[in-house]
Write a protein that binds this ligand. Sequence first.
Ligand SMILES: NC(=O)c1ccc[n+]([C@@H]2O[C@H](COP(=O)([O-])OP(=O)(O)OC[C@H]3O[C@@H](n4cnc5c(N)ncnc54)[C@H](O)[C@@H]3O)[C@@H](O)[C@H]2O)c1
Ligand SMILES: [Zn+2]
Length: 355
Amino acid sequence: MKSQELVFTNNVGDAIDEIVGKINPCNVFVLVDVNTASFVLPRLQALSKTVAEATVITTKAGDMHKNLDSTAAIWKRLGEEGATRHSLLINVGGGVVTDMGAFAAATYKRGITFINVPTTLLGAVDASVGGKTGVNLGVLKNEVGVFRQADCVIVSTLFFNTLTSEELRSGYAEMLKHALLNDKSSFDRLIERHVEDFDADTLLGLLEKSVLIKKDIVDSDPEEKGLRKSLNLGHTVGHAFESLALERKSPLPHGYAVAYGLVTELVLSKLTLSFPSDLLHKFAAYVKEVYPGFYFSCDDYPRLIALMRHDKKNSSTADINFTLLENVGEVRIDCVIGEEEIKNAFDITRDLLGI
Ligand SMILES: NC(=O)c1ccc[n+]([C@@H]2O[C@H](COP(=O)([O-])OP(=O)(O)OC[C@H]3O[C@@H](n4cnc5c(N)ncnc54)[C@H](O)[C@@H]3O)[C@@H](O)[C@H]2O)c1
Ligand SMILES: [Zn+2]
């Protein structure tokens, strides 16, 4: 898989026009969901001649619509509006639009060119970069898809002012994860303040650093055969928290679940790899302040452990596999941890977060 072109700019219109000029497609389509159709598209049409002249395809918003029916509707519109193998699709939206639009483009006529313009922080820092495209199949998340990098990703903070603070904080958790995987100075910088307190240009600088951390990891292992597993940090436990919250019918934003998952996995890192205690405490204090609202008790431990075991990465083994840290930037993949140690880590997590 070729490496991905990433452009970091708040002059999004000029960037799109320049890149599309270089690609020189025979026609251009823009995919939006109903929310980016009203919050983002008019601004982008005013900024970019390409977008103003493109055929717009609008899909429903939300992960429940990231499925094969919506994909088929996109393929159908492309066909009806005269798309060819030399057409270009520009995906303008959050992770739902970039995952599904990328999948639709990667498969339409065996693959047309596409560009991602992420409009959520989660999309910018994670979903739009790295080549994982796909859709859900029933309750199975991201079950159908292909690895295919966008021809270009244009990362900006221009459209974040219409996101809720919950959405911003959720995306920021993935930035915290990237910092933990990479270097202490990024980590210190991020936990200094709340994401809402950065101005657009400062946040763009932090975002650039964060996305490049993911890009380096993906470039070294594009199809997740080894090192890319480090990006699972916080997610083995995080996914279990997310599923538990869903079972309780009080869904948790993905990044909130990841933030709590990171705390538990840093506790495990301390218990098994001597991750520094002071950093664990600093991080847990930040999560406690910024990501309130989730509770679990010892009654939930068996269910949480069962959920982790059912995670596809751990299906057949008795123990559970984790990505852990010896220190910030010192990653150990495939750490196998037993149940008692995990329960112990849950106890400590609850103490640290005051729950
Ligand atoms: N491919 C990957 O590597 C990868 C990684 C992480 C997550 N994902 C996927 O990403 C999706 C989650 O991404 P998300 O959180 O961006 O979800 P999303 O695309 O559903 O966006 C969240 C909400 O914000 C709205 N929205 C988007 N931009 C907006 C803007 N600028 N102003 C106002 N509203 C806006 C959307 O319409 C939606 O209602 C999931 O489907 C997940 O599986 C993929
Ligand atoms: Zn995540």
